[in-house]
Design a protein around this ligand. Structure first.
Ligand code: IMP
Ligand code: MG
Length: 185
């Protein structure tokens, strides 16, 4: 698996620094709020697990799955919620959406709208990575908490996948071009 990586973008140590910084900032900003962390599966699961351990105030967690990509690097227009939250009534919660990467922004635009519509007290976005060069012009949401801004390159590891693989790499990197070229789409 590791032999498929061309370049490491963020090492394990750098990722730990990022989550510590974000966790401290979130703990301060939400100290008088009713914090509910909502992890967008599957990509944010590693980030969520690390981030929540750097949050020092009481909070609850929940998970949902939204699918906008199939097993390739080309986005589809449709954003589908394939697994909803288990907390039924989100009224009164200050939701922090925990996402792996903000790319076109269409997924989080849709999710923020749905959570707001269901009566959340507030909806804020925390993304490990932001790829602003890819943003869809129709997208109006933005992330308040950003781990790092990346250039327009497809990254894997630390939860992020290519065709469902590489999520278990402990760092973030880019794949060798031949991996995409040889992939069955
Ligand atoms: P958006 O709706 O285009 O912002 O899609 C965001 C989702 O696409 C992320 O949560 C990822 O699951 C996936 N994605 C976007 N860019 C990458 C990447 O570079 N590597 C892996 N997954 C990505
Ligand atoms: Mg995702």
């Amino acid at each position: 698996m590791i032999e498929d990586i061309q370049e490491v973008f963020y090492s394990e140590a750098q990722l730990q620094e990022i989550v510590a910084r974000l966790g401290a900032q979130i703990s301060e900003d939400f100290k008088d709020k009713n914090l509910l962390l909502v992890s967008v599966l599957k990509g944010s699961v590693v980030f969520m697990a690390d981030l929540m351990r750097h949050i020092t105030i009481p909070c609850k967690i929940d998970f949902l799955t939204a699918s906008s990509y199939h097993d390739n690097t080309v986005p589809t227009d449709e954003v589908k919620i394939t697994k909803d939250l288990t907390i039924q009534d989100i009224q009164g919660y200050d939701i922090l959406i925990v996402e792996d990467i903000l790319d076109t922004g269409r997924t989080l635009q849709r999710l923020s709208g749905i959570l707001q519509h269901k009566g959340a007290n507030s909806v804020t976005i925390c993304t490990l990575l932001d790829k602003p060069s890819r943003r869809d012009p129709s997208v109006t949401i933005s992330a308040k908490y950003i781990g790092a801004t990346v250039r327009n390159e497809f990254v894997v590891g630390y939860g992020l996948d290519f065709a469902q693989k590489y999520r278990n790499l402990p760092f973030i990197g880019i794949l060798k071009p031949e991996i995409y070229e040889n992939a069955v789409q």
